[in-house]
Ligand binder design. Sequence first.
Ligand SMILES: [Fe+2]
Ligand SMILES: [Fe+2]
Length: 229
Amino acid sequence: MRRLYGRRYLDLLGSIYIYNEHRGYTAIDRVLHAVRARWPDDHMLIARIEKHRADERKHYLMFRRWFERRGIMPLAVDRTCGHIDRFVRIMFGSTIDELDPLEIVARDDLFERMCRVIALTEKRGHRQVEILLRHPRVRADATLMKIFRIIEQDEPSHWAPYEDWLATHGRRQASWWERAIDRFIHGELLFLKLPILFLAPRLSRRIVWPDEEEQAEQPTACSPSMANA
Ligand SMILES: [Fe+2]
Ligand SMILES: [Fe+2]
């Protein structure tokens, strides 16, 4: 029973991570495209965002290999488990896919808001990884420990370009209420969504990998119970 519980926990954890890593690099792709269009000569900013994108893709592939080695597909969690999805929804009133990055980079007030959202999300990710590295279930999985150690090292370079942009352009860093929203989103995932998903018997597995779906533009398997989770 305890082993079953542990396997389910890791399964869910890996599934939420693979969703978020994939969401991360695909969303950064769109930001990158817009930043290149607005500031084509800011090679430093572009290079730092490219590095961020490459890291998130690397994280995604590490989780994919972890699942492949276990011989199972990730659980079909969707954007209800995406920290950045929720944050963008609250801060911009629309989904990531509905946002037009070109419109955001064209307006400094929107771009600075986006920088704060990304920086807070990355810092949240870093804190979460530090917690997970102490978790007994995670510690029992050597590969997962290796993955989380790499993420822990990468993370500080992920929020830096956005915080630096805010500083060099005389814009404010995240305020108390933006931090409160970040905490709320994390709490909601941890104490509401995670327990619901843990107990959801109908939660199906993905039938294709997120990056393959990206290429083929095929729908994923998604349990109906997830739609309202
Ligand atoms: Fe990541
Ligand atoms: Fe990151």
